[in-house]
Design a binder for this molecule. Structure first.
Ligand code: ZN
Length: 249
């Protein structure tokens, strides 16, 4: 009986090649039709300001089949600024926080639509002259800025690195005053350079129109025009949310 029993229970778990089934983990779907630019959230994920410990066990199985429940059901515990995420105006501006400018209030018409992936000059912050040199045409509403943060793989390190590049406050101000960009994407946890962390964020958030999109995974994606799709969770009261962000060439 034993061998037969084994065969019966193990059959559905076998793939046609006879190996244990494993989920396919992809960065690109549909043969190149959809490019995932979201970093995977895992216990190894970088968390700002926790001494390189990583995110750790952010999931807890509250009910489990092994414990006699009919389902596995987890609860999660993580910062809304984990991994690839958006900031709402309330993140840096308290009167916006109090007034309810949360991620639920973000404009989906900004988060979805045509956008440019551009390479910025390496190893310097995105200052006004850098913005000017990029010559981003008027009318472009969404731009993902790829920097040396991607080359250096900073998002894959558990330890935070304050030498990342981002917008200086004059770069942010230049963008606000001279372009139509409303979605500002970057490849590290902050759109703002470390030395201008507050001031550059505030430049972007003060009018309640621009959405910073942070922690993008832009390795091995060609610069150019894409259809950008970034959807945060609809979290009432939250000043940020993880997003799933994909590009369609
Ligand atoms: Zn953030």
């Amino acid at each position: 009986m034993a061998p037969l029993f084994l065969i019966l229970v193990s059959l559905p778990l076998l793939t046609s090649s006879g190996e244990d089934p494993r989920p396919l983990r992809r960065e690109v779907y549909g043969g190149g039709r959809i490019i995932d630019v979201t970093h995977r959230v895992s216990p190894e994920s970088l968390v700002w300001g926790n001494g390189g410990a990583g995110l750790g066990q952010y999931l807890r199985l509250r009910r489990s089949i092994k414990n006699g429940n009919n389902t596995n059901s987890s609860v999660m515990n993580l910062s809304v600024h984990t991994g690839t995420h958006v900031d709402a105006p309330g993140h840096f501006i308290d009167r916006f926080f109090d007034a309810g400018f949360d991620v639920d209030s973000l404009d989906l018409d900004v988060l979805i639509g045509p956008g440019l992936l551009v390479d910025v000059p390496r190893d310097k912050n995105i200052a006004a002259e850098v913005m000017e040199s990029l010559k981003i045409p008027k009318g472009i509403k969404r731009v993902l800025f790829r920097t040396s943060n991607t080359d250096r793989g900073l998002m894959y390190k558990k330890e935070e690195d304050t030498s990342f590049v981002g917008f200086s406050s004059d770069g942010a101000k230049w963008l606000v005053e001279n372009t139509d960009i409303k979605l500002v994407g970057i490849d590290y946890l902050s759109v703002a350079a470390y030395d201008d962390l507050d001031s550059a964020h505030i430049e972007f958030l003060k009018n309640g129109e621009i959405i910073p999109l942070e922690g993008l995974k832009l390795d091995n994606v060609k610069a150019g025009l894409y259809y950008v799709n970034c959807l945060p969770m609809r979290l009432y009261g939250a000043e940020g949310s993880p997003v799933r962000c994909v590009l369609i060439p």
